[in-house]
Design a protein. Structure first.
Length: 96
């Protein structure tokens, strides 16, 4: 049985490979000696690294916060609409 060990594991987008990924890559390399299988495993590692990125989540979080604030504002306006109309009419009567 021929065992190949990668000397240069694939890097993440930040430039370093997480220790967990290094152990997984070493274990896979030790089990598989065929080049085709290693290429497929490299592809799966690449997809996993892309999936673990958290760049896009911040915009989604801002969207959720904005939606909650908007719902709260409209709810407050709906509950206080009678008092707001009364206050505006009082100010209008005072001015005229």
């Amino acid at each position: 049985m021929h065992v190949t060990v990668r000397t240069n594991p694939p890097r993440t987008l930040g430039g370093t490979t997480p220790p967990r990924a290094e152990r997984r890559i070493a274990a896979r390399s030790a089990r598989t000696g065929r080049k085709e299988v290693n290429q497929l495993l490299k592809f799966f590692d690449y997809l996993e690294r892309l999936n673990s990125r958290e760049d896009g989540q911040t915009m989604a979080e801002y969207g959720v916060v904005l939606a909650v604030i908007t719902i709260a504002v409209f709810g407050a306006l709906a509950l206080l609409s009678g008092n707001i109309v009364t206050a505006i009419n009082r100010v209008a009567a005072y001015i005229s």
